[in-house]
Write a protein that binds this ligand. Structure first.
Ligand SMILES: [Zn+2]
Length: 278
């Protein structure tokens, strides 16, 4: 029996022009705009598979609420984002609420290295943690901090295992890495929001779930093929959205409902709940 659970590690508020990017000056607008989005969830997902428990993303840490967690010089964290995270929303507490001891996880997969996906690692014991090599390289140094990657928040001695795309990919994804021997849990590349971004595809007899990180912030943005306001490579972001949409259409044509689960979509949890009860 394969099951997917959503874990909410707090809320984030961003500028509306970050959710759906708008030209011209797409990447500048989130810094200039006034007004905030609604509270968006910061989701991580737990996959239950007969071979073990897999965590996709680790959410943000409640430490993000303390002064000095982010460098004071950073324009994005000064101007363009606000967090609301209670102590009991830390990933380890969320896992225990589901009856899972963090040390029981078989592996953690990070969709990308942004702080609200990797920050929760500080609350987990040493675990096999799969990250794209590109993300790890982009995370290094001050340039990494500018991108929103904070290696100093990671537990001491943290070393990732790099994702190796060596499995037969489900079309139209170009590459894949299988996490389970039956191929029911696979990592697929979804670059664009960040250059090494990946998603996790979970296939059950009746459904296909795509745990999509920030491939888009919402299902509506996917439907509109609308890229976000922060991604560095619009061309690869659009290509990724087209690939996911084509996969969704192929799933529907094969009578396999496709459930899209971005990390910050206010409707992800409801979509997951209704998929499970179907
Ligand atoms: Zn991100």
């Amino acid at each position: 029996m394969i099951r997917v659970h959503a874990l909410r590690t707090g809320s984030v508020f961003v500028r509306p022009s970050q959710i759906i990017g708008r030209a011209p000056f797409r990447r500048l607008r989130p810094f200039l705009e006034r007004g905030w989005s609604a509270a968006l969830p910061i989701l991580a997902f737990l996959i239950e598979h007969p071979e073990g428990l897999f965590l996709v993303d680790s959410g943000e840490s409640p430490r993000a609420m303390t002064r000095g967690y982010f460098p004071p010089w950073h324009p994005y964290f000064r101007l363009a984002v606000r967090f609301a995270i209670a102590d009991e929303q830390a990933i380890d507490v969320q896992l225990r609420t589901l009856g899972v001891a963090p040390s029981d996880l078989r592996a953690v997969v990070l969709t990308h290295f942004h702080t609200d996906h990797a920050g929760g690692l500080a609350h987990l014991p040493p675990l096999r943690t799969l990250v794209s090599r590109i993300e790890w390289q982009l995370a290094q140094g001050v340039a990494g901090q500018v991108r929103g990657y904070f290696l100093d928040h990671l537990p001491p001695g943290f070393r990732p295992e790099f994702i190796r795309f060596d499995a037969n990919p489900p079309a139209p994804f170009p590459r894949a890495m299988a996490l389970t021997s039956d191929g029911a849990v696979m990592i697929v590349p979804t670059p664009g929001h960040s250059s090494g971004h990946v998603s996790v595809l979970v296939t059950t007899p009746a459904q296909r779930f795509l745990i999509a990180g920030d491939a888009s912030y919402t299902e509506a943005a996917l439907a509109a093929r609308a890229i976000d306001g922060v991604c560095p490579n619009p061309r690869s972001a659009r290509k990724t959205l087209a690939t996911i949409a084509a996969f969704a259409e192929a799933s529907a044509a094969a009578a396999r409902p496709f459930i899209y689960l971005p990390a910050h979509d206010p409707d992800s949890e409801a979509r997951l709940d209704s998929a499970i009860s179907r």
